[in-house]
Design a protein around this ligand. Structure first.
Ligand code: ADP
Ligand code: MG
Length: 343
């Protein structure tokens, strides 16, 4: 790879190179990059806005995360928040802080991942900001989406007896991270540039950590079934923590069943190898970007055979608190042990 210092083309040259080939796909994008503001016309729908800040050394580690994957994931985690409100993502903005260590080619790799995510989810890149940084790489992405007012799903709508569902499976992204960290340590110890980590049979875990997807398909299936969730959110910090958020926002309690927590077999094998409690990993691992939602009990027939999600428990009156029922039928109070950047 050639390595060209950013100073050779300057900030505007860089912005130009990064953004010149991004097409505009959304009819709501009246003006994208190139003026003082983007102009967006969302017509009658309401606008959803979400933003995420990613700092090198805090949220990502470039010794094992390829820049292209980082760009893809940085977009997807924002789109996931839009889907989690029942919305459709339309536009994103991308802001960067770039230290001297990074060349034009590095930032182009990052943008190739951003490009792919925009293509995959049909969103427009409509702006951003670019600055030098003293140390490391900083990425801030804002996603803008829309939804008809009566279709927006808040965290606060869960009611006693509602069913609780979760999409996909949990804990795999966390296990993928454990795997990457372990291999990095081994690579450091052997200190061999030729070292090739062995990820055979673990592809799913790596994919979940490095290339997560936003669950647009869940929203589509719900729409097809004619089901509108009463509450919904995406799982970024672990199921326990997110269930507590829904319970608190909705003023309810919940019961989820250990034997219903969806876990992939690769996750289970990896947990055993690392001597970790599998259910703890699935409940608290984080970065799953699955959707957690509740539906009225009367929708049971419609959701019981969903292909993208399944029932893991139910909502209760608030005084029962939030708990998991284990396989041997004991009740464990849920605690938010999710990932916390300030710890
Ligand atoms: P301003 O002086 O108004 O901050 P800039 O010169 O920073 O404008 O940016 C010029 C145009 O390029 C604007 O439309 C801005 O939104 C866009 N832009 C700047 N940085 C990025 C980036 N990293 N990715 C995408 N668009 C960007
Ligand atoms: Mg600027």
């Amino acid at each position: 790879m050639t390595e060209t210092e950013i100073s050779t083309i300057g900030e505007f040259g860089l912005i130009d190179r990064l953004t010149k080939d991004f097409p505009l796909r959304q009819s709501s994008t009246k003006r994208g990059i190139g003026d003082d503001c983007a102009v967006i016309d969302h017509g009658a729908e309401q606008t959803l806005v979400t933003t995420d800040l990613l700092l090198e050394g805090i949220h990502f580690d470039l010794t094992y995360v390829p820049l292209k994957h980082l760009g893809y994931k940085a977009v997807v985690v924002n789109l996931s928040d839009i889907y989690a409100m029942g919305g459709t993502p339309r536009q994103i903005t991308v802001s960067l802080g770039i230290s001297k260590r990074f060349t034009i080619e590095h930032i182009e790799q990052l943008y190739s991942g951003i490009y792919l995510a925009c293509e995959q989810y049909g969103v427009d890149l409509v702006g951003g900001d670019t600055s030098a940084s003293v140390t490391g790489l900083l990425i801030s992405i804002t996603a803008i989406g829309t939804a008809p007012a009566d279709q927006i799903i808040y965290r606060s709508g869960a009611r006693d007896t509602d069913l609780i569902l979760v999409s996909g499976d949990l804990g795999a992204a966390y296990m993928g991270l454990q795997l990457l960290e372990r291999e990095r340590k081994v690579a450091g110890e052997v200190n061999d540039k030729e070292f090739q980590p062995d990820f055979a049979g673990r592809e799913y875990l790596l994919e979940r950590q490095l290339k997560p997807e936003a669950r647009r398909d869940v929203i589509e299936e719900l729409r097809k079934l004619g089901v509108k969730p009463t509450a919904m959110m995406d799982i970024s910090d672990g199921l326990s923590s997110e269930l507590l958020h829904i319970c608190k926002a909705s003023g309810v309690g919940c019961r989820v069943y250990e034997d219903r927590i969806p876990i992939d077999y690769q996750t289970a094998i990896m947990a055993e190898e690392l001597n970790m409690n599998l259910v703890t990993a699935a409940m608290n691992g984080g970065e799953d970007y699955e959707l957690l939602f509740t539906v009225p009990l009367s929708d049971h027939e419609r959701v019981k055979n969903m292909t993208t999600a399944h029932i893991i428990g139910h909502i209760t009156k608030p005084d029962l608190g939030a708990a998991m029922i284990t396989r041997d039928e004991t009740e464990i109070a849920l605690r938010a042990q999710g990932w916390n950047a300030f710890e």
